[in-house]
Design a binder for this molecule. Structure first.
Ligand code: PMV
Length: 350
């Protein structure tokens, strides 16, 4: 039993994969265009926080453990985030946080963990807020999405399971730059069982971070056109997700992935995050789809790894394809299979 000076929260939160990409931001972590993603079930961060009451302190105080070891690099990132979060969670001025965080996927496997990490952290903060202030937050998940966004933009889409949209767009009800909204009610049966096999083409740190990548859009000659296209693609994808047109889905999602990388290659300081094996995998996927006409496609994050997306009815063929033809392009043969996830879980009492 914890006494009243000691509170405890524990949340598990997933990563998500964008279909229409967020690339470019404005203001305080607001997106330059709307984006749509689906939530994964097997790339999770588990975070638990103990909040211990202290005297008033001028700076937030934490002990941060990642996979049971002190991690100064992550700790300073989280401290900077919590200094911002203090404006909402003012009890951070008189509580010390002991934070334990771990991932279900290997660290530095090249899988972006900031979405799962900041969504788990934001959920813990909202949970502790309710305990310390003693009131229920009327829009708990919306608040968590807002604060996940401040940590890492794409993290705001990890607060709900299924499909999520972030960013304001005309004629999309409730769409907001401040937090994501869940759009599961509008999804056709064809898209309810998507899987994402993440093929680890390259492990480890990227040569250019997302933060640097977003910043390069500021001076980008194609930025305005990109934001218009992304907005149009968001509307287009919403109608595809409603009407169940898989072929149109494949075309749009692959074009979005390649446009993201084309933006990198054409920025004023150009860079390439794809590796030769990335391109080899994309070609294999196209070749296999041409031969079999199966519903499978790729998308890319800001990195070299390939997300192979398919519908569940082709599971066996797709997994055989991965084992027989793609695994050789993966570093150490590494890949991770994800189904569409149900979203975060409160595991305080688990
Ligand atoms: O959330 P950030 O700042 O790491 O940006 C993520 C950007 C992409 O992963 C490339 C696209 C997206 O919408 O998730």
């Amino acid at each position: 039993m914890k006494d009243n000076n000691q509170r405890f929260a524990s949340w598990q939160s997933p990563s998500n994969i964008a279909l229409v990409k967020y690339w470019g931001k404005k203001g305080q972590q607001l997106p330059a265009n709307p984006s749509i993603s689906f939530t994964l079930d097997n790339a999770l961060t588990h975070t638990q926080i103990e909040a211990i009451q202290t005297e008033n302190q001028s700076q937030v105080s934490i002990d941060f453990y990642f996979e049971n070891a002190k991690n100064p690099a992550f700790e300073s990132k989280i401290l900077a985030y919590l200094e911002i979060a203090k404006s909402e969670f003012n009890w951070l001025a008189n509580h010390k946080l002991i934070i334990y965080s771990k991932n279900t996927f290997p660290h530095s496997s090249g899988i972006a963990s900031s979405a799962s990490a900041f969504s788990a952290l934001a959920l813990c903060l909202c949970d502790l807020h309710e305990q310390i202030i003693g009131v229920s937050l009327p829009n708990f998940f919306e608040k968590a999405s807002y604060w996940a966004r401040i940590g890492s933009g794409s993290a705001c889409r990890s607060i709900y399971g299924g499909f999520n949209l972030w960013g304001h767009s005309n004629n999309i009800t409730n769409s907001s730059d401040l937090h994501a909204i869940n759009i599961d009610e509008q999804i056709h049966q064809n898209f309810k069982t998507l899987t994402d096999t993440i093929l680890i083409v390259e492990k480890g740190k990227k040569s250019v971070s997302s933060t640097q990548g977003h910043a390069l859009l500021k001076e980008h000659p194609f930025a305005k056109l990109r934001y218009e296209l992304a907005d149009a693609n968001t509307h287009q994808l919403l109608s595809i997700l409603k009407n169940g047109d898989i072929k149109a889905f494949i075309g749009l999602v692959e074009s979005e992935a390649l446009m993201l990388h084309a933006l990198m290659m054409t920025s004023p300081t150009p860079f390439i995050l794809m590796k030769p094996n990335t391109v080899a995998v994309l070609e294999k996927i196209w070749e296999f789809r041409n031969q079999t006409d199966l519903n499978l496609l790729f998308t890319l994050d800001a990195g070299a790894n390939v997300h192979l997306i398919s519908t569940a009815e082709h599971n066996e063929q797709v997994q055989n394809f991965v084992k027989n033809e793609l695994v050789g392009y993966c570093q150490n043969g590494l890949y991770f299979r994800n189904a569409t996830g149900q979203g975060p879980k409160n595991i305080k009492n688990a």
